[in-house]
Design a binder for this molecule. Sequence first.
Ligand SMILES: C[S@@+](CC[C@H](N)C(=O)[O-])C[C@H]1O[C@@H](n2cnc3c(N)ncnc32)[C@H](O)[C@@H]1O
Length: 291
Amino acid sequence: MARVGETREQAGSSEHPPARDDLEEIELSLLLEGVFRKYGFDFREYAPASLRRRVWRRVYAEGVSTISALQDRLLHDPACMERLLLDLSINVTAMYRDPSFYVAFREKVVPLLRTYPFTRIWVAGCSTGEEVYSLAILLHEEDVYDRTRIYATDINEAVLERARTGVFPLEKMREYTQNYIKAGGKRAFSEYYVAKYDGAQFGRSLIENVVFAQHNLVSDRSFNEFNVIMCRNVMIYFDRTLQERVHRLFFDSLMTFGVLGLGHKESIRFSPHEDSFEELDPIERLYKKVR
Ligand SMILES: C[S@@+](CC[C@H](N)C(=O)[O-])C[C@H]1O[C@@H](n2cnc3c(N)ncnc32)[C@H](O)[C@@H]1O
């Protein structure tokens, strides 16, 4: 709590938000309500601690001193909303993040994909696309890419724009090469990109069958029926109610015997849809919809 005579912004800093108080709770919930009603982005049930930190970071970055002042700016200035969106959607990602997930995908999911003449894969919360390019390379190497369509979505149009370019930092290539090898990659990783200034430009053929589109997991509906849905490291930021809503969306969007792939810290266990899924690989959080 700010001391008497001390304003909130004096009590806090760009690194640390001020101590929590009742007024702040009211301001935060009004801001989230306003954002939802004006722009349709629903962050009302996001995990509060991280949400609060990010909102305060935006308060300081905009040079205002309260959450209410930020709300005023947000409602009147869509560019400010874009900036908050970037703060709220944590976009950290990597190529072949958790290489063992891709090993399991190759061994346990690809054989299922081979049994269909055509398959649809939804990569939800794809951020800047590293995961999508990783998957596309894997599917190429397994000779199933030509009969696959990948729908790669994210709430944030700015990250999708970057994903479409297929350019990733050159300095990351050493780490990504290691990941690719651990993930069971079959060729030389450098065959897939060319160095361009300080970026690595990945081949356009990798996204020939990829559709990048904005989609909000919280408020948008299912838009197809999929053989596989991958949604890794997105729901860790959601509270239980929101997770259950997204589980329901995935359940509705998966065909029978379709596969759901989650992040290492995420699970379908203890959700109302648990019984509809069998564990295909419990460690790698791969689940098969069986009913
Ligand atoms: C930490 S990144 C994970 C990226 C990638 N899946 C991975 O595991 O490397 C989380 C992504 O989820 C997106 N996201 C957050 N809330 C979302 C929502 N409600 N609907 C769709 N995407 C969302 C963010 O914009 C961000 O790009």
